[in-house]
Ligand binder design. Structure first.
Ligand SMILES: Nc1ncnc2c1ncn2[C@@H]1O[C@H](COP(=O)(O)OP(=O)(O)OP(=O)(O)O)[C@@H](O)[C@H]1O
Length: 646
């Protein structure tokens, strides 16, 4: 009765892998934009978990039926040897012994045994192959769908949600498809075949042998009242624990460093307590009827009922003692399959709840693809009255207008939380504006098919999220056909070639397995990827977090190379590095409050000038010597001036 409470191993890289890959074009029709940050489904739900389950297992339904039929026939064949034992007993205990009849019964029993093994083996093979196909199909579908979700969906809880779907929920379907469907067929057919025989032997004793079964059915009906609802709650709670555990594991370094153990894993403990309490409330009322149901159909109870009644029947002269033999051979085990039925029913409920949850995830709206696709004409980027808020209510960007001319560098500056990353993320469609539009080459990005868009817009972010594939494939992600020479050339330009070459398997080293890179090295891999992708529009997040000055200088130099000849939007964290850019947009609370070149903004004496002054006070003049990640100007010493040699 108790569902399996074990979960699989949490893989926190799931999201990173997805985040690192550009969104793929959607095959489906346009859908409304989803904002769910916590993994909650936002799309249309199927009419119920049962309907969701039918839809999900539709690709293997035929094989499921074939497996169940084999299992049912095998179960009938499995009953036959026991019937033969009863018949043998009748033949041997009722002299004179008919030897031909005895041998006939033995032959039938042997043939039935062979048939049983063949049929049940075939059922298992069919259902396991169907299950392998279904699991592969579902995981591929999930991966495809996750790749088309808006990047804004991949919030902190998404790892746990994805892990639950790909691992636990697909496994719940595995239990149903590979095991429970066949078990169901066997558990239903075995008692029916047995009872049919027993009724043929003596219908009155057969009726008596059914009494414990009826009691079991009544108790079981009581136990399973509201079972679907409870099981849904159970699956939901398990998902929340998974999400909380992944969240906790991700932050473990900070937790340990700052001794915030108890506070930091409070959410996990809360979810675990809530789960334990809900589980206790659910299972406690079941225990008594469950124990009664088990006792009613246990071997000793069946033996007592059949023997007691049988002796009464013999004393009353209604049957001979030998007539009791089939009941004692078959009747005692009559209820055994029903217990399997109970396990199968639990698997079915789990699978239904998992299917509902999976369908919810698969219905989460993907990035809508344009009805009438347009191609950009040139690389001029324009933001027209862009307003956006993550929750659809509180705007994070308010009426932003800006033009990024081709081949120029525009820097976004502003206080933390002013909306720089959010604004930059609109170019590669991490989200779409609530009002206004983002245009590239005169075309609204929403009208540009995603494969075309990602051929136009590249991005290098600090949160690099490299997928767990080889470094060659990481660099060639946007150009899978690129050969080793092209990949090496990009890596050299990004100052990461020597780092990769020093690894035991070089470019074939797998990130996170035999390639462990520092943050700065990983960012240079993403720069190499962007260089190879060679997109005319680039969104850059300026490096700030790498303490090692050599690494930082290498990154800045690589970014400078990357910026040449492209339309660049750079999120600037240090004002000293953007003094030479073509345009600076100063953001404050989601609005552009100033714009212009460094000198103009300083002369204007506004917010930028104050930020500059504050920075000058905060930092000694020599603390920030790096070059700009910007279009090189004639006076620039060239990218190699500050970079370590490759
Ligand atoms: N995924 C998200 N869901 C909800 N709110 C978000 C999300 N990302 C950012 N925000 C909020 O949007 C606002 C702008 O954030 P954003 O990251 O764009 O600012 P920023 O200027 O880039 O900050 P920083 O310099 O610290 O990176 C902040 O109030 C932030 O809390």
């Amino acid at each position: 009765m108790t569902p399996d409470t074990t979960g699989g191993t949490a893989t926190v890289e799931d999201t990173a892998a997805v985040r690192g890959a550009p969104a793929q074009p959607s095959a489906g029709p346009p859908t409304p934009r989803g904002r769910a940050e916590d993994g909650a489904p936002t799309g249309a739900q199927p009419t119920g978990d049962g309907a969701a389950l039918r839809l999900l297992i539709a690709p293997v339904r035929g094989r499921l039926v074939a497996g169940a039929v084999c299992q049912a026939l095998g179960s009938v064949a499995a009953v036959i040897p026991y019937i033969c034992i009863g018949e043998l007993a009748l033949a041997l205990l009722d002299p004179p012994v008919d030897r031909r009849r005895v041998w006939a019964v033995v032959t039938v029993a042997a043939l039935a045994l062979v048939a049983r093994f063949v049929l049940i083996g075939a059922a298992g093979a069919i259902s396991h192959i169907a299950d392998a196909d279904l699991s592969h199909h579902l995981r591929t579908r999930l991966a495809g769908h996750l790749g088309r979700l808006p990047l804004g969906w991949f919030g902190r809880r998404a790892s746990g949600r994805v892990k639950t779907a790909v691992q636990d929920e697909v496994s719940a379907l595995h239990t149903l498809v590979a095991h429970a469907a066949n078990d169901f067929a066997g558990a239903a057919v075995t008692p029916v075949a047995t009872l049919a025989y027993l009724f043929w032997v003596d219908w009155r004793l057969a009726l008596v042998s059914m009494v414990p079964l009826v009691l079991f059915a009544a108790a079981y009906a009581r136990i399973t009242q509201g079972y679907g609802e409870q099981m849904r709650g159970y699956v939901g709670a398990l998902g929340r624990i998974n999400a909380a555990a992944v969240e906790f594991v991700r932050g473990i370094a900070v937790v340990k460093a700052f001794g915030q153990g108890r506070r930091a894993h409070a959410r996990f403990l809360r979810e675990a307590d809530a789960f334990a309490e809900a589980f206790h409330d659910w299972t406690k009322p079941m225990l008594r009827p469950f124990a009664l149901a088990m006792a009613a159909v246990s071997g000793p109870t069946m033996l007592l009922v059949l023997l007691g009644t049988g002796i009464g029947f013999v004393e009353a002269g209604w049957c001979e003692p030998v007539d009791l033999v089939p009941f004692l051979v078959l009747g005692i085990g009559l209820a055994g399959p029903l217990l399997n039925l109970e396990h199968s029913a639990t698997s079915l409920q789990l699978a239904r709840a998992a299917a509902g949850s999976l369908a919810g995830l698969l219905n989460t709206p993907t990035v809508p693809e344009p009805g009438t696709p347009r191609s950009p004409d040139g690389h001029r980027v324009e933001l027209r009255g862009v307003t956006f808020g993550y929750d659809g209510r509180t705007p994070v960007l308010r009426g932003v207008d800006a033009v990024l001319e081709p081949g120029t560098v525009t820097a976004l500056v502003g206080a933390s939380g002013s909306g720089k990353s959010t604004l930059a993320g609109l170019l590669p469609r991490f989200a779409d504006p609530d009002a206004g539009a983002v245009l590239i080459g005169g075309a609204d990005v929403r009208d540009i098919p995603s494969d075309v868009l990602y051929g136009q817009v590249g991005f290098v972010l600090q949160d690099v999220g490299l997928p767990r594939v080889s470094l060659h494939d990481n660099i060639a992600l946007a150009r899978p056909g690129a050969d080793r020479a092209q990949v090496v050339e990009a890596a050299r330009a990004a100052h990461v070639h020597s780092v990769i070459e020093a690894l035991p398997r070089g470019y074939d080293s797998v990130y996170g397995e035999d390639a462990h890179l520092s943050g700065g090295q990983a960012q240079r891999v993403t720069i190499a990827r962007a260089l190879l992708a060679d997109t005319p529009v680039l969104v850059l997040d300026e490096a700030t977090s790498w303490a090692d000055p050599e690494s930082e200088a290498a990154i800045q130099d690589a970014l400078s190379r990357l910026a040449v000849g492209r339309t660049v939007l750079v999120i600037a964290h240090r004002l000293s590095s953007i003094t030479g850019v073509d345009q600076i947009l100063v953001l404050d609370d989601g609005r552009v409050v100033e714009r212009g070149r460094h000198a103009e903004l300083l002369a204007a004496g506004g917010r930028y000038a104050r930020l500059w002054a504050a920075r000058s006070v905060a930092l000694p003049a020599t603390a920030d010597p790096d070059p700009l990640p910007s279009r090189p100007h004639a006076a620039d010493p060239g990218p190699d001036a500050t970079a370590p040699k490759e």
